[in-house]
Design a protein around this ligand. Structure first.
Ligand code: HTP
Length: 813
């Protein structure tokens, strides 16, 4: 890649030490040992790279604190950053230089990169989206700060024992985190518990008293833009005990007890909740949400007051806060509290500011993901916040009553407080009422929000609703993870695509160029070999890179239908057993993903995948046709090898259930073809690439809704020879491996007329689409043509495009 775009070390700072010199100094001074251990070398290298960023990090901060630009705060309980080193080197254009310095020490850069532990501070799509957005904001010179939590334990590590998932704690900070900087000057106190008191001086005030405060300590991570001198900040808060919270106990002589209490405060940021798209209503989770929201808003207000004093009249002009799902939506009443109680503003003025600053992104329609907090719990932990929520609700319901006079049902259904045996606060409603913008994450998803879940709100405030289709960063997800393909693309169309991905459309002209197609195919083969090595290392199974690599990696969830994929593998197995291999293509199937620890059905699906894989791989007759693995511990760094090495990407959710999907985009960028339903962003991918280059199948969202009224899976099974054969094998216990009954729930779900995911309904269509895949793969020129056209059409799914939409339509930054 050309290094002509401004290298980061030019600019208005002192010329600093070269990376090589810096690295040597760190090895010498910091490691102070003769023997060179890869883990230590990684650490020293990371510290050196971080130092290369300091000048620009400082100047970015200085510039942003002068408010020449509108400041974006991205509030998110999750940032799934993965590894940092490779991306930092890419952004600073230091990869080659770094490789050379290491070579002098006879060390391989790739080996050093493998030493880095993933920062797994997220569950899946939501957290990874936040990470991609951080990269795009920096690259697009947007003054954005990510605010999150520095969990001591990130997403659990998944082990597979006897085919079952086991969760192990992810102590990602054990070796230290060389990228972070602890900044004590940003410490703030976050109040919990206590009670409220009303008092009068010139006017009526409310004080939140007798609180148990927790100290929020800022840990900053640099987010460099791609070769542009901007270094934004990801500020992650750690909870610590304040020094003064335990005075009374000290005085009573309970020194040891008081010190031990420290743990209670520090619990708040101890662990990430491992639930993707579902909530479990735990008190600690609410404390995490408030802790993040309060610390971040106090930080923003402190910056403002430092620059402009107590004049908040232009605050909303220069600040916008994007709420990543409802998780940080408690920020709405918290900003009201800070403005009214702490800074003395009138309610109306504070409400104007709040509703001009807050923007809410909805990520899912699944009812189990919609957060509601019991009023009693919220009132106990955050008494002042509950009062403010009541006040917000009362004023807002006045508006509802004006629009629908006399309609008590409307008031009830639209109230932020859900009535009933137990009262709840509906966090999505709070977020909508408190925000000026509400967006979905793909076209279909936003339409479904407007027509279904948030229909009344759409009627109330149509102007708030907008769509921002998700995207992924082309730096990590093409330039960094697929150097072979990046180089080939750059040779053909130059390197501007890295920051302007729609330029990939120029690749279309080479789709029929024999020499180019050959190079394209050779790179895919190398990437498949790299993936096969990973699979061999992790599972012992050999993937043969002349076979079709068919991949589904994502969280395990019924709506994503890994089960449909497994049933298809069983169908192929059945066919091979019967000698019916006509038109079949040799195929290696890879499934990976974590199940929420409390999600029993998802865990059974993992077990089934492993058992089927076992039966397939231990049968000699299968080897020429079929292999299958369940890859343990799927994470960001694994995906960096998986996406480039994939031929076929499985995006097979029940239509209407996957809000967007973002893995689908990573595969497309790397030239995989998609087999998929009309769901989430698949629809837009299909629009871009054309139906002839996409393996489409299955019911539409509207058809799913229609057929659910009278769904008869048993009839469908009886009418399908293929599915009957699969069910017979499953029900005969063929895959049980001596554990009778373990798949009864799965079998019951497939045959259940109330099966929400309608696996049986799409089975035959899925198999036909898979046959079309097999036919296409047998014509390499045709297949790679489609592969090139997929990459060429992926430009719209750059997170730069998405962020341009946020910037122009929401943030107006
Ligand atoms: C989800 C959806 C997925 C989206 C992703 C990012 C839930 N966050 N939370 N997400 O399951 O389809 O791509 O928006």
């Amino acid at each position: 890649m050309s290094s002509e775009s401004a290298p980061i070390r030019q600019g208005n700072c002192e010329p600093c030490e070269s990376l090589a010199a810096n690295f040597e100094r760190h090895i010498r001074n910091w490691l102070s040992r003769d023997e060179k251990v890869p883990g230590d070398l990684y650490y020293a290298l990371a510290l050196s790279v971080k130092e290369q960023l300091f000048e620009h990090w400082r100047s970015t901060r200085r510039q942003d604190l002068s408010y020449q630009k509108k400041q974006v705060a991205y509030l998110s309980l999750e940032f799934l950053m993965g590894r940092a080193l490779g991306n930092m080197l890419l952004c600073l254009d230091l990869t080659d230089e770094c490789r050379q310095s290491l070579n002098q020490l006879a060390i391989d850069l790739e080996e050093i990169q493998e030493q880095e532990h993933d920062a797994g501070l997220g569950n899946g799509g939501l957290g990874r989206l936040a990470a991609c957005f951080m990269d795009s904001c920096a690259t697009m010179d947007i003054a954005a700060t990510g605010y999150g939590i520095r969990y001591e334990y990130g997403m659990f590590m998944q082990r597979i024992a006897d085919g079952y998932q086991q969760e192990m704690p992810d102590k990602w900070l054990r070796m230290g985190n060389p990228w972070e900087v602890r900044v004590n000057s940003h410490n703030v106190n976050v109040p919990f518990y206590g009670r409220t008191e009303t008092y009068l001086d010139k006017k009526r005030h409310i004080a939140w008293v007798d609180t148990q405060d927790v100290l929020a300590v800022a840990y900053d991570m640099p987010i460099p833009g791609y070769r542009n001198q901007r270094v934004n900040t990801l500020r992650l808060w750690k909870a610590e005990a304040t020094d003064d919270f335990d005075l009374s106990e000290f005085n009573q002589g309970d020194y040891a007890e008081a010190v031990a209490r420290k743990n209670l405060a520090e619990q708040i940021t101890m662990v990430l909740y491992p639930n993707d798209a579902s909530e479990n209503g735990k008190e600690l989770r609410l404390r995490q949400q408030y802790f993040l929201s309060s610390a971040s808003l106090q930080d923003l207000l402190k910056n403002w007051v430092n620059a402009f004093g107590e004049d908040f009249s232009r605050f909303a002009e220069y600040n916008v806060m994007q709420l990543n799902d409802t998780h940080p939506s408690i920020a709405v009443p918290e900003l009201m509290r800070l403005l009214v109680d702490v800074h003395g503003l009138e309610w109306d003025e504070a409400w104007d500011i709040t509703t001009s600053c807050m923007a809410y992104t909805n990520h899912t329609l699944l009812p189990e993901a919609l957060e509601r907090w019991p009023v009693r719990m919220l009132g106990n932990i955050l008494p002042r916040i509950l009062e403010i929520i009541y006040e917000i609700n009362a004023r807002y319901l006045d508006k509802v009553a004006q629009l629908w006079p006399g309609d008590h049902h409307k008031l009830r259904t639209l109230s932020i407080i859900e009535e009933g045996h137990e009262q709840y606060v509906r966090m999505a409603y709070l977020a909508i009422v408190g925000s000026f913008s509400v967006n979905g994450v793909a076209g279909l998803h936003t339409e479904l929000l407007k027509q279904g879940l948030f229909k009344d709100f759409y009627q109330l405030w149509p102007e708030k609703f907008n769509n921002r289709t998700n995207g992924v960063t082309p730096r990590r997800w093409l330039a960094m993870c697929n150097p072979g393909l990046s180089e080939l693309i750059t040779q053909k169309i130059g390197d501007q695509w890295v920051t302007d991905l729609p330029q990939l459309s120029q690749l279309r002209q080479f789709a029929d160029d024999v020499a180019f197609v050959k190079q394209w195919a050779a790179i895919k083969r190398q990437n498949k070999a790299r993936l096969a090595r990973l699979i061999k290392r992790e599972t012992g199974v050999e993937f043969d890179n002349s076979m079709l690599f068919d991949v589904q990696v994502k969280r395990i969830h019924e709506y994503k239908r890994q089960l449909l994929n497994i049933l298809h593998v069983i169908h192929l197995y059945d066919r091979i057993c019967r000698g019916d291999t006509d038109g079949m293509v040799p195929r290696c199937v890879l499934i990976g993903g974590k199940a929420a620890p409390g999600y029993a059905m998802a865990k059974q699906i993992i077990k089934l995948a492993n058992n089927v894989a076992h039966m397939v791989n231990s049968d000699k007759n299968m080897a020429p046709w079929l292999r299958m693995v369940f890859l343990p511990n799927y994470n960001v760094s694994a995906m960096e090898k998986i996406a480039p090495g994939t031929d076929l990407s499985e995006q097979i959710s029940t239509a209407g259930k996957e809000a967007s999907g973002t893995g689908n985009m990573k595969f497309m960028m790397n030239g995989a073809l998609t087999i998929g339903t009309l769901d989430g962003a698949n629809i837009e991918m299909l629009e871009e690439v054309g139906e002839e280059n996409f393996f489409l199948f299955g019911l539409t969202a509207a058809e799913v809704a229609e057929q659910r009224k009278d769904y008869r899976p048993n009839e469908i099974i009886n009418n399908s020879a293929a599915l009957s054969g699969v069910m017979q094998l499953l029900e005969s216990g063929h895959f049980n491996l001596l554990e009778p009954g373990i798949f009864d729930h799965i079998i019951g779900a497939i045959r259940d007329p109330y099966d929400q995911w309608m696996t049986a309904a799409d089975f035959d269509a899925y198999c036909s689409a898979q046959q079309a895949v097999a036919a296409a793969y047998q014509q390499p020129a045709h297949w790679y043509r489609m592969s090139i056209l997929n990459t060429a059409a992926s430009g719209r799914f750059s997170s730069d495009v998405t962020i341009a939409g946020y910037r122009d339509e929401i943030w107006r930054a």
